[in-house]
Design a protein around this ligand. Structure first.
Ligand code: AMP
Ligand code: MG
Length: 400
């Protein structure tokens, strides 16, 4: 029996190869991973500019009390530049984003000035007010996105603000997904007596794509040694990672382990977790292989714990694990000491604190527990039963 953490460490130690990066247009970079540091060649913003629509003035023209009259000498729209310089007693009508003219260091919002014919009356104001300074967002030469950063909407926006039309990103790992089992039927086909519909292939595909991989569907493979052998070899020839579900327990038709030992190298573990069955980990040629349990919740959970970090490492990501937080359990939770247990949870905020309860029955075949849940509740190995009011660790779904 090995622990979840030891299993994760053993897998990550195996995953080293990172495919050469590729160049992708900025508009298609969402969700990709920066393969190299992105350094700015310019200051952003490139010049001091006005943060409001109003009037630019020099500090010497700001009255300390009362009001002062200034001549409005020109008008400046965003995207245009004032060639001259303001002198004493002068103000420039300026729009948001327009560069500050020489001789000005402060902008009056138009709402606080009184306008007269060709002149304005201005009150006291803090020197430098309403000016956005050159380089206050990004300084030339700064590393704005470090290699290994996932490009969310904001990272894509920042890269574009540097004028970059394309980025060097890691290639997406290719994942081949197979289901095993004579009892597994294709959705949309007639189900024979004793059969269940395949859910794992589709859940795994969603998980793989959400993790940034390119998924290829290799169908359902019956519990026939030679067919499984042929299918695994074909999958491994075309993918960086091969995922199967089912056939890794100790039943008479659980062939994955034997076939993996035949066509590749095998590591077969009992992981001290619940839900969780044995998983088969290994290699077939250059592909990483994960034989996940057939029970749908265990299948999704073992992907989350063992496959996703491997895919993220293959994709060049810096952070390989998601985040979580503490919440107060509001119902008792059964827990066996010595293994890590994962309950499907419903996390909510009361206005004062974060609370969590389970979704109800926690059988590893109850896939709807994943649809009613919004988080996983992680209860550590050394803990026993959880009483209401105790704190537990939760990992919200969607928190990467
Ligand atoms: P196995 O490890 O192959 O004995 O499978 C364990 C349990 O998971 C059995 O109840 C299977 O019917 C179920 N199962 C296996 N594969 C799938 C699948 N692709 N979709 C849904 N359930 C499955
Ligand atoms: Mg099976």
């Amino acid at each position: 029996m090995i622990s979840v953490s030891d299993g994760q460490a053993r897998i990550l130690a195996q995953v080293t190869a990172v495919a050469p990066p590729e160049i992708v247009p900025i508009g298609r970079c969402l969700g990709r991973v920066a393969a190299e540091d992105v350094r700015s060649s310019m200051d952003v913003p490139p010049t001091d500019n006005s943060a409001v629509d109003g009037y630019a003035v020099g500090a010497a023209d700001i009255p300390s009390t009362g009001r002062r009259g200034l001549d409005v000498v020109a008008e400046l729209a965003a995207g245009t530049v004032f060639d001259g310089a303001l002198t004493r007693g002068q103000a420039l009508r300026i729009m948001t984003g327009a560069p500050m003219p020489a001789g000005a260091d402060t902008v009056y919002p138009q709402e606080i000035v009184t306008r007269e014919e060709g002149r304005i009356l201005v009150p006291p104001i803090e020197r430098g007010a309403n000016v956005r300074f050159r380089g206050e967002d990004v300084k030339a030469g700064a590393v704005v996105l470090a290699a290994g950063t996932v490009l969310r909407a904001q990272e894509v926006g920042v890269a574009a603000s540097l004028g970059l039309a394309q980025l060097v990103v890691a290639q997406r790992p290719r994942v081949a997904i197979l289901s095993t089992g004579d009892e597994v039927a294709e959705p949309g086909t007639e189900r024979r007596p004793g059969q269940i519909y395949d859910s794992n292939r589709f859940a795994l595909r969603g998980l793989a794509e959400t993790a940034g991989a390119i998924a290829a569907d290799h169908g359902i493979i019956p519990d026939v040694y030679d067919e499984l052998r042929r299918s695994l070899l074909a999958a491994a020839a075309s993918a960086d990672v091969v995922l199967t579900s089912g056939g890794v327990s100790v039943g008479d038709y659980d062939l994955v382990k034997a076939v993996l030992g035949d066509v590749g190298t095998i590591d077969f573990w009992q992981v001290a977790m619940q839900p969780g069955r044995p998983i088969a980990v290994g290699r077939i040629g250059s592909a990483h292989f994960f034989g996940l349990p057939g029970n749908p919740v265990a299948c999704m959970l073992t992907f989350h714990l063992f496959v996703r970090p491997a895919l993220w490492k293959l994709a060049g990501r810096r952070d390989l694990f998601g985040s979580g937080c503490h919440a107060v359990a509001i119902e008792p939770m059964r827990k066996k000491i010595g293994r890590r247990e994962f309950k499907r949870g419903i996390l909510s905020y009361t206005g004062e604190r974060w609370e969590v309860r389970t979704t109800g029955p926690q059988g590893s075949g109850i896939l709807t527990s994943m649809t009613t849940a919004n988080c996983l509740i992680l209860i550590e190995e050394e803990r026993g039963d959880v009483r209401p009011g105790e704190t537990v660790w939760v990992e919200p779904f969607g928190a990467a």
